[in-house]
Each structure stands twice: as structure tokens, then as C-alpha cells.
Design a protein around this ligand. Structure first.
Ligand SMILES: [Mn+2]
Length: 432
């Protein structure tokens, strides 16, 4: 078993984290609990991203670091070898094998509680990621004050190293090709699930898998932001919106494309599509190093608001369309109700701030950050609370790319995935 990075990369991360933490500390980073699907079937296990980031351990386990007398040491607690269980679940690495991971020591999870209690007696402070492992939460139930290492880790995780970017490039490449494959194999009358299988089949064929449940929404279903039932037929004349991404060594891609299943945008579909594309390109262009986080959302929102006035969807001033300059709460929000993007990394909605609803203004963009740019417009037939122009009823369009901030400006990692009207129309159904 090969780790996605040299041990030195993990050890550098650990050293940076420890350099910002107080001495005489016990730090506990658990991975996820296994989750029951139903009866005795569990969901496929996906390790917690903090665990992957700290030491790349992919089985159940707990990463513990402690600084007792000025020196930091690390221990990885893992499941012990156990033939009875291994016959059913597979051969475990065990504490003996885990010595090859980037830690100073390994131990059996059977000894976890007693070893931690011992450490508590010898250190003054506890830092832990809570709410991830019931076992760890129970152990810490009596501890009065628990520090949160995520404050430091999230700041670290939002700047990607050269090697992390290599994995993200690969996820972006596979994700782009999967979308191309799905566009090429789409025919009118397809089930949403058939388009889903084209995308996810391509992920699997590429030794990858989805980074979040794929969204495949035909017609009005494309107006539901996180629709993933994927159980309806997409009819001739409808658009289909596919928001899907894959993982490479835990690093996500996240791509949205919208295309007409019959290969030809109608006039009203093209008007909305061209507007969203213009907003997306303006959003990407605003992803400059040193720019405040909010700039790319502001750029995309302005294009959308102006466009909605031009298309006579909105009958108001640009100021009223946009709303408060910091709140983006104007009338355009009726049709574009989400943020223009998010950080991307080990989590698809990656850590590091800059999410819609954050109280903080978000960080300045810096080289090494990766984020998505994904404006959209949604004219849901089912909305009775707002007036939907009949011309645009049933149209949901979102276009999303993954963008790396470099010192020279934005680099679109998913540039291999076509998005102009001509490119899309030329591609639909050609491989069916
Ligand atoms: Mn996204």
C-alpha cells in the first residue's frame, strides 16, 4: 500500500501544526465512525479528511500527538490484527504494519483509552476534533476545556502544496472527461440515472469514485440545487444539469455542465445559458491573487443582475436588482440563490472559510488556493412564491469549473471540459 505523498510531506504538515500549538498538550484527531446503512450493512468507509491530511491513514483509527516535555511525539492507534474479523472484512495493517506511516509510534485501539488517560495526567491542555468519533467524544466527556485544532488546520488546508495540486489536476481531468463522456452519450428520453451511470461509470473506470452524490436534473429538476434522486426521464427539448465530481487520493473535483438532451439549445435556453456562461467567465477572471474572497461572487452577480434586466426578467434598477453591496440580497436572488463558489480540496466544500453564511468576510485569495466558480440561474415551474417568466419556465442552468489561484492569475483546472454553446451542441449524442 502506497501513500499519496512521501512521509516528509506529512511530517512537514505536522511540524507546522505543532509549531502553532502550546506545549504540554494532547492532540486527538479521530477518523469517522462506520455508519450503518441498514441492519448489518455499513456504508462504504470514507476516512475523515483531517486524518488523511495528517497521516494518510485510511482504516479506522485515531491520530494522537502529545508534547510532554518540550518534544512532540505522535501515535497512530489502529485496529489490531484479528484473524476472525479479517476473514470477513479483509486483512488489517495492524500496529505492526502502521509503523510505515508518518508517525513516531503505533498502538492498538484496544489500548487507546488507557493511554489517553495517562497522557491527560501528564499534559495540561487537550485539543480534539469532536463530533466525529463517538468513542473519542465519550472519552472526552469529562474534560472541561477542549481546544479545536481545526482553527489552525483549516488555514493550512486551504493552501495546497505542489503535490496536492497534482492530485487535484488529476481529479479535474477525470471529472472533465466524465462530463464529456456523459454529454456524448446523452439521447432524448434517457433516464437521469443513465446519464448518472455514464458519469460515475467513467469515474470508476478511471479508478476513482464520486466526491459527492451526483446531481443529474432534467428540465425542472435542474432547478433544485441539490437534487440527486436522478429517477426521471429527460424529455426532448429539455436541458439536463449535471453537477458531479470525483476523488483522487481524497482530493475532489466538482464540475457542473448543462446541455440540451436533443443537442440544440432553444432560443430561451440559449439566452439563459449565455448569461450564466458570461457570469462564470467574469467570476473566474475575478479570481486574482490578493483579491478579497467576495470579489468573484460580486463579479458574477453583477453580470447576472444586468443580464436579467436586459432579458426583462427584472424590471428594476441595477441597484435594486443587486441589493446591498455587501449582502447581494437584491431581486436577482430570486433566480440565483446560492454563492458563486467554494474552496475545493480533501472535502468538496473544503475548509478554510469563504462559505456563504460565514460571518467573517473570508480570506484574500492566494496562490495555491483552489476554488469552484459556479453561478447559475433557475426558473422553476414549481415556484409559486415568485413570478417566473413563462418563456423561461423549467430552465435551470449552472456552469461550474475548478480554479487554481496562481501568482499569474486564475488557472482553470477543468478547462478540458467544453462549455460554449457551439462546443456543447457539437458534442451532444455524438457517442451514443
Ligand atoms: Mn460546487
Amino acid at each position: 500500500m502506497k501513500l499519496p505523498f512521501e512521509n516528509s510531506e506529512y511530517l512537514e504538515r505536522q511540524a507546522r501544526l505543532f509549531s502553532e500549538m502550546p506545549e504540554n498538550t494532547t492532540l486527538i484527531i479521530p477518523t469517522n465512525d462506520r455508519k450503518i446503512r441498514s441492519n448489518d450493512v455499513v456504508y462504504p468507509f470514507r476516512p475523515n479528511s483531517y486524518m488523511l491530511y495528517m497521516c494518510g491513514w485510511k482504516e479506522e483509527g485515531v491520530f494522537v500527538a502529545s508534547n510532554v516535555d518540550g518534544e512532540w511525539g505522535t501515535t497512530l492507534f489502529v485496529n489490531p490484527r484479528d484473524t476472525e474479523t479479517e476473514i470477513w472484512e479483509g486483512i488489517r495493517i495492524g500496529p505492526e504494519g502502521a509503523v510505515n506511516w508518518p508517525v513516531t509510534d503505533t498502538d492498538s485501539l484496544e489500548n487507546f483509552e488507557s493511554k489517553i488517560r495517562d497522557l491527560f495526567g501528564r499534559t495540561q491542555k487537550v485539543f480534539c476534533i469532536g463530533g466525529v468519533s463517538q468513542r473519542v467524544d465519550e472519552l472526552l466527556a469529562g474534560v472541561a476545556e477542549i481546544g479545536d485544532p481545526r482553527i489552525i488546520l483549516d488555514r493550512m488546508r486551504r493552501i495546497k502544496s505542489k503535490r496536492e495540486i497534482e492530485h487535484m489536476r488529476e481529479a479535474a481531468r477525470i471529472g472533465s472527461e466524465a462530463h464529456i463522456h456523459a454529454i456524448m452519450t446523452t439521447l432524448p428520453g434517457f433516464g437521469e440515472w443513465e446519464i448518472q451511470s455514464a458519469v460515475e461509470g467513467y469515474f470508476m473506470k478511471s479508478n476513482s469514485n464520486w466526491s459527492f452524490p451526483s446531481i443529474v436534473g432534467g428540465g425542472d429538476n435542474g432547478t433544485v440545487l441539490h437534487y440527486n434522486l436522478n429517477e426521471c426521464i429527460v424529455n426532448d427539448g429539455d436541458l439536463v444539469l449535471v453537477d458531479a465530481g470525483c476523488e483522487v487520493h481524497g482530493y475532489a473535483s466538482d464540475i457542473t455542465r448543462t446541455w440540451p438532451v436533443n443537442g440544440k439549445f432553444s432560443d430561451s435556453q440559449r439566452e439563459i445559458y449565455e448569461l450564466v456562461l458570461k457570469a462564470e467567465i467574469a467570476g473566474i477572471e475575478a479570481c486574482q491573487p490578493g483579491a478579497p474572497w467576495v470579489n468573484f461572487h460580486r463579479a458574477a452577480s453583477k453580470v447576472i443582475a444586468e443580464g436579467l434586466i436586459d432579458l426583462k426578467v427584472l424590471n428594476c434598477s441595477l441597484d435594486d436588482a443587486l441589493g446591498h453591496p455587501d449582502e447581494f440580497d437584491g431581486q436577482f436572488r430570486n433566480f440565483f440563490m446560492h454563492g458563486s463558489g467554494h474552496f475545493l480540496g480533501l472535502d468538496v466544500h473544503d475548509v478554510g472559510g469563504g462559505r456563504k453564511g460565514d460571518k467573517e468576510p473570508g480570506p484574500l485569495l492566494e496562490a495555491g488556493m483552489v476554488l469552484t466558480v459556479e453561478p447559475g440561474l433557475y426558473f422553476a415551474k414549481w415556484r409559486t412564491d415568485i413570478e417566473i417568466p413563462p418563456r423561461y419556465e423549467g430552465i435551470g442552468v449552472r456552469i461550474e469549473d475548478d480554479v487554481l489561484i496562481t501568482d499569474d492569475g486564475p488557472e482553470v483546472l477543468t478547462a478540458g471540459c467544453p462549455k460554449t454553446v457551439d462546443e456543447i451542441e457539437r458534442l451532444v449524442g455524438t457517442g451514443a
